[in-house]
Design a binder for this molecule. Structure first.
Ligand code: NAG
Ligand code: NAG
Ligand code: NAG
Length: 405
């Protein structure tokens, strides 16, 4: 076991110091605005519908033309594979229960919630959405959406930076702006605006501002801000960024609240939870943040004409699963499937030897992230409140079925 751990640590170190060749693509993506595809788009008039045959239309059964994702490790689908960071999920056992049974960069044994919303026939009915750094910059690759999420990212620029590189919230929105400009050049302003305003945006970020900033007392933040004013600071930043997205024609937005990380194996280990009780001081902060966000999203929805913004409370949805775990078929609510130490919450999941044999009865996959089984239930709730009501003022299904004004 100790040897395996050493080998894993060593391989992480190696991949961190000498990122795989694909990481070279990062610099190409940085400047792909000047790449051959864009130049091709500029010199080839593609704004009339007849000449844009290379762009596949939405699948007949899909309820939205595309799904765009901004966030952190809760929805990262491979961004961090291209970065120099400790926060990576590009090795087994990550992905072992995914469709391909291969690691993809998702921080889960299987699917993440956006997979269960996007890639399900009777839901959005879209193909898997590529990560921004994992596609080649062709408009055809991005036409069904792009995932910009990066593990370790927070609302505050420096949150998570002790892990290494990540793409921050602001940079992710900048990358989306670049995508949008490519759409405009390729299909014309009108069709690009149409595509964006009919697409679903999924925003899932903020937990790292607690895990890697507030709770670590970075820059003496705990003395300078009470939790309540820290929450207000985060919420007002999100408010501004949503307005920026609105100015880019985003109209259908799902804002995810934060999960009860006071129940995550890492904090059960760190705070020496005796019988697996959640750390209430942490959960209280998360609960307050979600409360504030729900109120703010309601206000924003009224302020921004023609917008459809919903807030989904991950805390409520997750606590329902923890409380009623037996009904859902979970019998371990406190320990991670993969990791080392008490609750397997001390050392992160580095190798298959650290993992349980079957994650399907576990709530937690690693020290911070839920299992595929939990993600499926949460996605059910976001879609139509199947198990418990989580989204306000409506579920995602109602939102995408709304008639356009
Ligand atoms: C936060 O850090 C500062 C020094 O950087 C320290 O004085 C303070 O006691 C810390 N607060 C808590 C609650 O640990
Ligand atoms: C949970 O259920 C599985 C499958 O029924 C079983 O193998 C396992 O021992 C159980 N674990 C606990 C902690 O009860
Ligand atoms: C895990 O256990 C569940 C039932 O507890 C079973 O349905 C499933 O097939 C098992 N998965 C694997 C990979 O063994």
């Amino acid at each position: 076991m100790a040897l395996n751990l050493l080998v894993s640590l060593f391989s992480i170190l190696i991949s961190t110091i000498f990122p795989q060749p694909r990481a070279l693509q990062y610099s190409q993506h940085d400047r792909f605005a000047f790449g051959p595809n864009l130049i091709h788009s500029i010199i080839t008039p593609t704004s009339s519908p007849t000449s844009s045959t290379s762009i596949s239309p939405p699948q007949p059964s899909s309820l939205a033309p595309a799904l765009f994702i901004i966030g952190d490790s809760s929805v990262d689908c491979g961004t961090n594979n291209f970065l120099v960071t400790m926060a990576r999920a590009d090795h087994l056992p990550y992905g072992r229960d995914f469709d391909t049974h291969r690691p993809t960069g998702r921080f889960c044994n299987g699917r993440i919630p956006v997979d269960y919303l996007g890639n399900v026939a009777l839901r959005l009915g879209l193909p898997f959405v590529p990560s921004y750094l994992g596609q080649n910059g062709n408009v055809e690759d991005m036409i069904h959406g792009v995932n910009y999420a990066s593990a370790g990212a927070g609302i505050i620029f420096t949150s998570g930076s002790e892990l290494g590189q990540h793409i921050s919230l602001l940079e992710q929105i900048q990358q989306f702006t670049d995508t949008y400009q490519q759409f405009i050049l390729s299909m014309g302003e009108h069709r690009a605006a149409d595509l964006i305003s009919n697409s679903v945006f999924y925003l899932s970020i903020g937990i790292n501002d607690y895990i890697h900033y507030y709770l670590r007392n970075v820059s003496n933040v705990q003395n300078l801000y009470l939790p309540w004013s820290f929450n207000q600071f985060l919420a007002s930043t999100i408010w501004q960024q949503i307005k920026n997205l609105y100015d880019l024609n985003v109209r259908k937005l799902v804002v995810m609240g934060l999960a009860p990380i006071g129940c995550a194996p890492h904090y059960l280990w760190q705070y020496r939870s005796e019988n697996g009780e959640c750390i209430e001081s942490i959960n209280d902060m998360v609960r307050e943040f979600n409360f504030l966000m729900r109120y703010m999203i309601e206000e924003l929805g009224e302020e921004l004409p023609d917008s459809n913004i919903i807030f989904c409370d991950m805390f409520e949805g997750s606590m329902d699963i923890i409380k009623n775990h037996e009904n859902y078929g979970f019998n371990d609510t406190t320990a991670a499937c993969c990791g080392l130490g008490e609750y397997r919450g001390w050392i992160l999941c580095l190798s298959s030897q650290m993992a349980c044999s079957n994650a399907s009865t576990y709530i937690w996959w690693d020290q911070f992230h839920p299992t595929d089984a939990v993600n499926a239930i949460l996605a059910d709730n976001v879609w139509n409140g199947l198990h418990t009501k989580m989204c306000y003022p409506m579920n995602l299904k109602e939102m995408v079925l709304l008639k356009e004004n």
